[in-house]
Design a binder for this molecule. Structure first.
Ligand SMILES: NC(=O)c1ccc[n+]([C@@H]2O[C@H](COP(=O)([O-])OP(=O)(O)OC[C@H]3O[C@@H](n4cnc5c(N)ncnc54)[C@H](O)[C@@H]3O)[C@@H](O)[C@H]2O)c1
Length: 505
């Protein structure tokens, strides 16, 4: 099954933000494109807006003048649904309401040919539910583009309950022919990206709600240590708190209020108060003229320790040992323990975040996971009231000697980056086990859809088998609500031997 022929007309119904972007993609790929909108005149306005965008592509040398003129000639507003009769693909991008979409597809089915592919760009409705209204749901598929569609490469190709394999393949190949990177996924709440990304926001909000740290500090740690392009607070301010919360709410409801997807009360209050982010002038941060941007917590300079005792190789933080030596600090090895801790001259311990709290131990400082300790510019430390000031000062001085800024947060088990990554990894293993998508497609989707520095499986392989499971198991013990309960899939992965994994016996 191949992509649609470029001579086949493509229709886009609903010519708002997404419809215009999708139409531009199909048009630039070479198809004749018809635009239809329920509001009279809006399709013509959309055609003019797309034409103006093509002009800008010419100015940027991404399109020749002749290509632009040809594309413009292929773009036509359609007054009625009946004008879409000869289209080979209709992509719907109307209001996000099940009854509206079902009604539209019923009308379309009466007009288009039997082999016309029908696609929805829904981000939160069930593809099976929309397709269920059709006489032939076999030709119905989800084609989930990301905003702005002309720029973002990812397209989730969603197969509903009734979708034929040939239709899904055709949609997949067509998206690829349009220069996109398609990933195949089953029809589940949030598809791939909006399902697996939930903990990135939820855990940051949870740290804030537990008084562990303020938004500016959490964002700085996610960026500078976790390697994420933006922190959860600044990113949701950009997306819109109402939009982000509604996705979280819809995924949570669709999973029958699964506690792993519980929305945040703090975000609810923010939305209720009208602080929707940049678009309303205030969200987690204040964007009004003259408003100050709060600084992340950064510790004052402290004296580095003269030496540390390494008990074990530090696991995912192993890079720290040569870095400490390079900084001129002696590392005394004590190899009898396979642990992930450093003992400081104070007698206190410095331990990689593991899902336990520092109050459980006599004198412990936790440090957060970094994507790459060499490249990280900031590292978070967590201490409890039982941590001695000397241990905290030595831990602070140690990371400062490695050129890092240090943010001291409260006694938060799993800290900031570690707990978010562990939960993302868990949801990814769970999704594969439930047939949502392949490991490769999930990694691709998370890198391209939300810009993660690594896909969850790449990250998990780096961290080592069992790391995410152990952290979540510890967190689950301390918060037995079920929110942190590791999935059976992650458990299986943690305990499978390399030989046994993948075998069915
Ligand atoms: N905005 C995003 O970031 C984004 C990303 C991915 C998917 N989506 C999904 O894309 C769809 C459209 O979102 P949007 O942001 O472009 O919305 P939008 O409000 O910008 O545009 C919707 C358009 O659909 C038209 N419309 C409404 N009902 C119609 C009908 N029955 N027939 C024809 N036209 C109709 C409206 O007049 C409007 O022009 C939604 O399903 C949304 O969930 C949005």
């Amino acid at each position: 099954m191949t992509a649609l022929d470029l001579s086949s007309p493509v229709a886009v119904v609903g010519t708002g933000t997404m419809g215009q972007g999708i139409a531009q993609v199909a048009l630039v790929a070479g198809h004749p494109v018809r635009l239809h909108d329920a509001v009279p005149g809006r399709a013509a306005e959309a055609a003019a807006a797309i034409g103006a965008r093509l002009d800008r592509l010419v100015e940027k040398d991404r399109l020749t003048g002749a290509e632009r003129d040809a594309a413009r000639a292929r773009l036509k507003p359609a007054e009625s649904i009946a004008d879409l009769a000869d289209c080979a693909l209709v992509v719907e991008a109307v209001l996000e309401r099940l009854d509206v979409k079902q009604q539209l597809f019923r009308e379309l089915e009466d007009v288009v040919a039997d082999d016309c592919l029908l696609a929805t760009n829904t981000s939160s409705l069930s593809v099976s539910a929309i397709g269920g209204a059709l006489r032939n749901p076999g030709r119905f598929v989800g084609l989930h583009f990301f905003n702005p569609a002309p720029l973002l490469p990812l397209v989730e190709v969603v197969s509903g309950f009734g979708t034929d394999v040939t239709s899904a393949t055709r949609a997949y190949e067509t998206a690829r022919a349009w220069g996109k990177t398609p990933v195949a996924c089953a029809d589940t709440p949030g598809f791939i990206v909006n399902r697996i990304a939930r903990p990135f926001y939820a855990e940051a909000f949870a740290v804030y709600e537990s008084q562990g740290a303020d938004p500016a500090t959490i964002d700085a740690v996610l960026r500078e240590s976790g390697g994420f392009k933006m922190g959860a607070f600044e990113l949701t301010d950009l997306i819109g708190q109402d939009v982000n919360e509604s996705v979280t709410h819809s995924v949570w409801q669709s999973f029958f209020q699964d506690v792993r997807f519980t929305p945040s009360l703090a975000q609810r209050r923010l939305v209720e108060s009208g602080r929707l982010g940049r678009k309303s002038g205030q969200g987690w941060y204040d964007y009004r003229d003259g408003a100050d941007r709060p600084e992340p917590h950064t510790a004052e300079p402290a004296q580095p320790p003269a030496y540390v005792v390494a008990e074990g190789g530090l696991g995912p933080a192993a890079d720290l040992l040569p870095m400490i030596r390079e900084a001129g600090i002696e590392v005394r090895d004590e190899d009898e323990d396979n642990g992930t801790r450093l003992v400081l001259p104070s007698g206190g311990q410095l331990v990689l975040a593991d899902g336990q709290t520092s109050v459980e131990f006599r004198d412990v400082v936790y440090f957060d996971l970094a994507l790459d300790y060499r490249k990280a510019t900031r590292v978070a430390l967590s201490a409890s009231q039982d941590t001695s000031p000397r241990t905290l000062a030595e831990a602070t001085g140690l990371f400062q000697a490695l050129g890092k800024k240090v943010s001291v947060i409260g006694d938060v088990p799993g800290m900031i980056v570690a707990r978010a990554v562990a939960r993302i990894v868990d949801l990814a293993y769970d999704a594969v086990a439930k047939g949502v998508a392949t490991e490769e497609d999930i990694d691709t989707a998370m890198r391209l859809g939300v810009n993660y520095p690594l896909g969850p499986f790449e990250w998990s392989r780096r961290l080592g088998r069992g790391w995410a499971y152990a952290l979540l198991d510890d967190l689950h013990l301390r918060d037995p609500s079920g929110r942190y309960a590791p999935s059976l899939a992650l458990y299986r992965h943690a305990y499978a031997t390399d030989k046994g994994e993948g075998s069915t016996s």
